[in-house]
Design a protein around this ligand. Structure first.
Ligand SMILES: [Fe+2]
Length: 199
């Protein structure tokens, strides 16, 4: 029984053009995201087999594989919803105030998240997250889908820095792709996540 399913996109594959081409978005969702969903489901099946057989010798690899694929599924699901053809600008209200409180200014936050995304070594993500212990917003630079992450944090806004997210269009110039992402942000979605995380 599959535990995870690939969500439908909230918009057409071509809806984010010209910032992100329909070809990239279709491959990204229907191939890459789909592979993480399948990987997470397959690994749960393998873990069930391990328990049935009572042979846990391969557990280390399975735990890593599960964390990788589950995190990939979660981050991509958020990523699609964080973006919108009608996105851009900047948030006001409590999220806007909280960004200023915890980063000094919107510009400083924007610079930190842009740099975190653009400078990931290899594959990863730049993430704005809510950290409930300190009750504050933080930026995290995530490796693969799950490395370099504080255990408590809840992702609110995620920028995919894997080459599959931009290479067909932006080649090796990741900073240009990151710059375009800012024009696509669905702040209403980010605000809803911010409110839910704090509640
Ligand atoms: Fe991706």
């Amino acid at each position: 029984m599959s535990q995870y399913t690939l969500p439908d996109m909230p918009y057409d594959y071509a809806a984010l053009e010209p910032a992100i081409t329909g070809e990239i978005l279709e491959l990204h969702h229907s191939k890459h995201h789909a592979a993480y969903v399948k990987g997470a489901n397959d690994t749960l099946d393998r873990l069930a087999e391990v328990r049935d057989k009572g042979d846990f010798s391969g557990l280390v690899g399975l735990e890593k594989t599960y964390a990788f694929n589950l995190s990939g599924h979660v981050l991509h699901t958020i990523f699609w919803q964080n973006l919108s053809p009608d996105g851009g600008d900047r948030p006001d209200g409590e999220l806007g105030d909280s960004i200023v409180e915890h980063f000094g200014s919107f510009e400083a936050f924007q610079k930190q998240l842009t740099t975190a995304t653009a400078t990931v070594q290899g594959s990863g993500w730049g993430v704005l997250a809510w950290e409930p212990l300190g009750r504050r917003l933080i930026v995290e630079q995530v490796y693969d889908h799950h490395g370099n992450v504080g255990m408590s944090s809840t992702p609110l806004l995620v920028f995919d820095a894997w080459e599959h997210a931009y290479y067909l269009q932006y080649k090796n110039v990741r900073p240009d792709y990151v710059e375009k992402l800012w024009s696509l942000i669905n702040w209403n979605d980010v605000i809803a996540r911010f409110d839910a995380a704090r509640a």
